[in-house]
Design a protein around this ligand. Structure first.
Ligand code: THU
Length: 136
């Protein structure tokens, strides 16, 4: 599919801008939204290690700042055989994804796998858990 190739190309290009002097592990992420817009991000590390930002977080920030809110697909690319979102990023993606959201994992040669988001985080915490909580 043409749009999937576009998502891949943008993630791959954005990965080149990753700032990963500590791990040497560059990651790119690209999101396609319900409005057919594409937003991308790369990991940005920091000398204070916990301050580092994952590629997914950068792509989500760009999406929200532009006014989009629904992730239809997200593609991750790294120089490894299977890059999947870390736990922290799964929670960040959960906030903006839908039942049918697809997570693609890619390496430098192409897409390696695809999974439904719900397979990666089947029992996540969501806004529903807050609204269902008894009020004090
Ligand atoms: N990283 C991401 O950008 N996304 C992930 O889902 C996994 C890990 C980054 C964080 C850090 O800069 C480097 O990869 C090594 O953990």
């Amino acid at each position: 599919m043409e749009y999937l190739q576009k998502l891949y190309d943008i993630a791959k290009q954005t990965r080149l801008n990753a700032y990963a002097p500590y791990s040497g592990f560059k990651v790119g992420a690209a999101i396609r939204t319900d409005k057919e817009n594409i937003f991308s991000g790369c990991n940005i590390e920091n000398a204070s290690y916990p301050c580092g930002i994952c590629a997914e977080a950068g792509a989500i920030s760009a999406m929200v700042a532009a006014g989009d809110r629904k992730i239809k697909e997200i593609l991750l690319i790294a120089d490894t055989n299977c890059i999947l979102p870390c736990g922290n990023c799964l929670q960040k993606i959960a906030e903006f994804c839908e039942a049918g959201t697809i997570v693609y994992s890619a390496d430098l040669n192409g897409i390696v796998s695809q999974r439904a988001f719900s397979d990666l985080l089947p029992f996540g915490f969501s806004a529903d858990d807050i609204t269902k909580s008894p009020k004090p």
